[in-house]
Structure formats: C-alpha cells, structure tokens
Design a protein around this ligand. Structure first.
Ligand code: ADP
Ligand code: MG
Ligand code: MG
Length: 268
C-alpha cells in the first residue's frame, strides 16, 4: 500500500518557523484527522506537502511511495496520485466544471509518460487526448452518481460565484475522479457552513475504502460526528502533540485543546 511519511518536518513562512518537527504516516485505506487550535500550523502542513513555494522547508523529509517528494513540483506530486485539494482554479474564466475536471484528469494521466519530461499544462500527450471524451463522460457520470451531484452543477462556469459548499463539491468531485491514493483535505477554518460540512462528510464517507488514505484537516470536532477517523492527531504550535484513536476526538469535544498545550510553550 502507498504511504505518505512525514519525518521531522520543519518549515518557515516569511522566515518565521511554523512547523517545528512534524512526524506522521498516512497509509492507503486509513483516515487520519488532524485537529488543533487555529494557527497551530495545520494548513501550513498541507501547503508544504503540496509543494506551495511560499513555504520554506528547513529540515525533515516528506516521502511518498518510497520517494522523497520535497523537490518535486506540485504537478508531479499529483501525477503520483497524491491529491491536494487546493487545485481549485479560482481564476479561470469561462471554463465549465466539467471541462476543468477533464483537464485535471488529463494532467494526472500524464503520469504515463516519463516523469522527468516536465509539466504539460495542456493535458495533451502529443496529438493524442490523454482521456478520450467517451471514457471521461462515463467516469464523470459514475462519480457524480456516487456523490449525488447533478448535471446543472458540472455545466456551470468554474468562476460562477460558488458558495463554500459548492466549492467543496467541485473539489471532492475532482478528488473522486482523480482516484488518488492519498488525499489531503483541508477544511480551512472559516467559511465552511453546516451545509459544506455535511457535503464533505458524506462525500468522504462515499469515497473511503482500501485504496484511499485521507488526511482530513479540521478545526471542528463536529465533523467527526459524521466521519469516523481511524486516527486523530492534535497539532499545537507546529508539532503533533497527541495522537490517538477516535476516542481522542470525543475527549477534545469535551475538554477543548488547552489541556494539550505543551508545557514549554506556557513560559515562552
Ligand atoms: P491552522 O491551519 O492550524 O489554523 P496555519 O497553518 O494557517 O494554521 O497558520 C500557522 C501560523 O502561520 C499562524 O501563526 C499564521 O499566522 C502563520 N501563517 C500562515 N500563513 C501565513 C502567510 N501566508 N503569511 C504569514 N504567516 C502565515
Ligand atoms: Mg487557520
Ligand atoms: Mg487552517
């Protein structure tokens, strides 16, 4: 099974240390919830794993399928079937959701070619379409059915004033289509209403299985009323300070996060 292995990861943003030694392994088939107070570094961790150039890794490693991926481009990471739900194209005017999804599938299918040929944003391999239209349509329909998305949605323009819930829907449809081996899902701490939380929860439950590992980043304990993670981790000041099973989420719901604040931090 594929594994994402994060070892002693340290990262800065604008020279300021944010991640201060993260260790975490996510395997295909496992659901991990990463929780923790606002500002603890959860989104930073997902940005670093996806290869966002704004973040500077100062120490540590990120391994995926036996390769240290820290030097790889975000596209290359995606072609390895690591899904990073940030690929939502906020700034492409006039492209329908369906077309956007086709492009992203083609980009990932380019994994068939040697990886060192570089990234090809057109998603075409020479003159041959990486994904024949008929095959794409079938696949998309199957995933839409699974996630109960209707046709009017995929025909909308990607920039067409989507709500938080609709963005999530597009993102998760993309994830279903790309069939990643490990997926990172960041709930971002703001702007997700109850509706979006429900969509995310139901979709995650529809997609989970032995072929998919998920790192679900959430600030909200209530999400875990719907999704049953195998492991729960709590991040505090750039480190995972506690890991446990599902019961840890219940404990957090009862006690909040403060009891987990590392002692060293109190006197700082
Ligand atoms: P979380 O997702 O757990 O709420 P973040 O990873 O978003 O935490 O933030 C961790 C810390 O990094 C915070 O102190 C935040 O202010 C800082 N930070 C995050 N993104 C940026 C950025 N783009 N520029 C400067 N500081 C940032
Ligand atoms: Mg935050
Ligand atoms: Mg965040």
């Amino acid at each position: 099974a594929s594994e994402l292995v994060i070892k002693n990861l340290h990262a800065n943003i604008e020279g300021k240390p944010i991640l201060r030694g993260v260790n975490l392994t996510v395997r295909q088939g496992e659901i991990h919830a990463l929780m923790g107070p606002n500002g603890s570094g959860k989104s930073t961790l997902s940005n670093v794993i996806m290869g966002n150039p704004k973040y500077e890794v100062t120490e540590g490693e990120v391994w995926f399928k036996g390769e240290n991926i820290l030097e790889y481009s975000p596209d290359r990471r995606a072609r390895m079937r690591l899904f990073l739900a940030f690929q939502y194209p906020m700034s492409i005017p006039g492209v329908s959701v369906a077309n956007f999804l086709r492009r992203s599938l083609e980009a990932v299918r380019e994994g068939n070619k040697p990886l060192d040929e570089g990234d090809n944003p057109t998603g075409k391999m020479g003159k041959r379409r990486a994904v024949p239209p008929g095959e794409f349509r079938k696949l998309l329909q199957a995933k839409m059915k699974l996630l109960r998305v209707d046709n009017s949605f995929i025909n909308r323009s990607i920039n067409d004033g989507f709500s938080g819930g609709e963005k999530k829907r597009a993102e998760i449809l993309q994830m279903a289509l790309l069939e990643p081996e490990i997926a990172l899902m960041d709930e971002t701490d703001s702007g997700l209403d109850i509706d979006a939380l429900r969509i995310v929860s139901e979709s995650v439950n529809a997609l989970t299985g032995p072929n998919l590992g998920i790192l679900l980043i959430t600030h909200y304990q209530r999400m875990l009323n719907y999704i049953k993670p195998d492991y729960v981790h709590v991040m505090f000041n750039g480190r995972i300070v506690k890991s446990g099973g599902r019961e840890l989420a219940l404990e957090l719901e009862e006690k909040g996060y403060e009891w987990l604040r590392p002692v060293e931090e109190v006197s700082e």
